[in-house]
Ligand binder design. Structure first.
Ligand code: C2E
Ligand code: MG
Ligand code: MG
Length: 591
């Protein structure tokens, strides 16, 4: 044991006993210590939970009370300092009672020697320390040192019992960091972990800043796992108290974090469930706060929402969707639509993007925005992605064999798929089986997919380039990467995100950004595709800036393969007239 000074508190109503104990302790030469003495039960009750001492020596007889009363009080209050009980005479029954009440040891006055006392104190402290370590591992999160799910649930149970007895309200807040995956993807898990630690520290600081007037201070912060945190408010006077705490947390999280020279901006979404209205037990309060958090996400993130009854219906829907999605592949419910990409200068179709659709048994078509994220969360994206690649390659080969001109197909990649070890092997297999040449396939990756584990991505992209498969950066401008950095990777083209294209004719900032992206991409000899082009004015702006390829509703929505066949046929027969004219005529005919 190290030789740190041990702080001992003697609780004994007899001054003679104090003198004896003091002398014994001073004989114990190896025990560096300080000894304080208090003599009354009342004083002891006030002191026991202050956490100022390493060990208590406790007299069994304390006036009208016994040492056992103190032990009970201490254990109720969660006191974690060891007690050694001192009694007048050896008695097996008292010994047993003392141990049951949580005493670390039991010594008979008059039979105590200096070495015995020293050993008892050392053992009590050492045992407490190892208990403490185990306790910490079991109830605290190792990354952030915040309480974990088990401890949170336990405290919530106590809170509910108390609130029930005293007829007051309590609240649970469920917090989730918005787009946290993107941080991990962009900067790696090491940074992600660092950020979580920083978030935990910031949240704990809120807790320490005790606002004694309104008492709107969280009573417990816990990390449930991942980027999910929970907050417990033992007593609130009105539901709005919980909202005030939620807003304080949201504000705290949203000021930038400085990590390794980066300034990282994040936001959070919080769901609130109030006892007793929103749930009367641990599970329903947590579940409902979670549902409310999802609602906050749906409402644009960076906000808090109270739980409302209908939200469980939404959670149920998500679960149903997941189950249905698992079966979608085997039931053959997935489809690929294709959206033509048009050369901005000559008006010809130069490519097409494969976009997945899900036709459910009732005929309803579900868009990827409704299920891709879920597929990624659940891993179902892996078999789905493989199906998409296979189908797109086969279809493209079929069009070539029907005698249409050869144009490449672009396929969206999930980052999960990109992380698959066997990805290159799977892809080669698919190309081989379909007979499609690698140069007829383009993979669309987002910035974050590439920035994640940059070393692996680097190697993988080079392997793809060697095979002859091309890479386009999708949704460019929404991530954290710079174009010059991306240029280190073998990339063929970049796609300007729809959100910039949308406002180029009205928002001068977006116009400037798009102009800068185009000129920079050209200087790096990258092709530029604009997605989401819906108006003539946008087309004109983009053409003027030298954008190479245009994709959007202005020319065509994503279409089923039969419709694409018609388009290709029309273009083939049209000879001279550009596909622009053809599509515009079609659009007019269709009203
Ligand atoms: P994305 O790759 O950025 O695809 C472009 C999205 O913009 C498509 O939505 C397309 O229908 C839509 N779009 C095209 N032109 C316009 C326009 O002029 N105006 C507007 N408002 N929208 C336009 P979609 O098909 O709903 O796909 C959404 C996203 O889902 C895709 O974004 C892509 O990230 C993902 N996705 C689609 N198919 C797959 C797939 O097979 N695998 C994976 N992993 N993701 C996919
Ligand atoms: Mg795409
Ligand atoms: Mg896109």
């Amino acid at each position: 044991m190290n030789n740190k000074e041990i702080k001992i508190l003697l609780i004994d109503d007899d001054e003679d006993d104090y003198v004896v104990t003091r002398d014994l302790l001073s004989e114990a030469k190896n025990l560096k210590h300080t000894l304080h003495w208090i003599s009354s039960y009342e004083e002891a009750v006030g002191k026991i939970c202050e956490n100022m001492y390493d060990v208590y020596l406790l007299d069994y007889r304390l006036g009208a009370h016994t040492g056992l009363d103190i032990l009970q009080k201490a254990s109720c209050r969660g006191c974690r300092t060891p007690f050694i009980l001192l009694t007048g005479e050896g008695d097996h029954e008292t010994d047993l009672k003392a141990m049951k009440a949580g005493a670390a040891d039991y010594l008979v006055k008059g039979e105590i020697s200096a070495p015995l006392l020293e050993r008892s104190i050392r053992y009590a402290i050492e045992r407490k320390r190892s208990e403490e370590r185990i306790y910490h591992m079991a109830f605290y999160d190792s990354l952030t040192s915040l309480p974990n799910r088990i401890l949170f649930q336990d405290r919530l149970r106590l809170t509910i019992a108390n609130a029930d007895r005293h007829r007051h309200m309590s609240a649970v807040l469920f917090l989730d960091i918005d787009n946290f995956k993107r941080i991990n993807d962009t900067f790696g898990h090491f940074m992600g972990d660092k950020l979580l630690k920083n978030i935990a520290e910031r949240l704990s600081a809120i807790m320490r800043k005790c606002d004694s007037v309104t008492r709107n201070v969280p009573d417990l912060f816990a990390r449930l796992g991942g980027d999910e945190f929970t907050v417990l408010l033992n007593v609130i006077n009105e539901a709005a108290d919980a909202a005030r705490v939620a807003q304080r947390i949201i504000d705290a999280v949203s000021s930038p974090f400085k990590l390794d020279g980066y300034e990282i901006f994040i936001t959070s979404s919080i769901g609130i469930a109030v006892f007793p209205e929103d749930g009367e037990d641990v599970d329903s309060l947590l579940k409902n706060a979670d549902a409310a958090m999802y609602n906050a996400k749906d409402r644009g993130k960076n906000n808090y929402q109270y739980y409302k009854q209908y939200m469980n219906a939404a959670a149920f829907e998500r679960l149903t969707l997941e189950n249905e999605l698992r079966k979608a592949l085997e039931r053959d419910e997935l489809l690929l639509y294709y959206q033509p990409q048009i050369n901005a200068n000559i008006g010809a179709i130069t490519g097409m993007e494969a976009l997945i659709r899900w036709r459910q048994s009732d005929g309803k078509i579900i868009l990827p925005s409704k299920f891709i994220a879920l597929a990624e969360e659940t891993g179902i994206i892996i078999p789905i992605s493989e199906w998409v690649l296979k189908t797109a390659c086969k279809q493209n080969k079929a069009w070539q064999e029907e005698g249409f001109k050869t144009i490449p197909v672009s396929v969206n990649m999930s980052s999960l798929q990109f992380q698959q070890k066997e990805f290159i092997k799977i892809l080669s297999g698919i190309l081989h089986e379909s007979g499609l040449r690698p140069q007829d396939l383009i993979l669309e990756l987002t910035e974050s997919t590439i920035m994640q584990k940059t070393e692996t991505a680097f190697a993988l992209l080079h392997e793809l380039a060697e095979m002859g498969v091309r890479i386009t950066i999708d949704d460019f401008g929404t991530g954290y990467s710079s174009l010059s950095y991306l240029k280190r990777f073998p990339i063929h083209a970049i796609k300007i995100d729809r959100s910039f294209v949308r406002d180029i004719t009205t928002d001068p900032d977006d116009a400037a950004i798009v102009r800068a992206i185009i000129s920079m991409a050209h200087s790096l000899r990258l092709k530029i595709i604009a997605e989401g082009v819906e108006t003539e004015a946008q087309l004109e702006f983009l053409s003027k800036q030298g954008c190479d390829v245009i994709q959007g509703y202005l020319f065509s929505h994503p279409l089923p393969p039969e419709e694409i066949s018609k388009l290709l046929q029309a273009e083939k027969q049209g000879g001279g007239i550009s596909i622009f004219e053809f599509l515009k005529k079609e659009a007019l005919n269709n009203g």
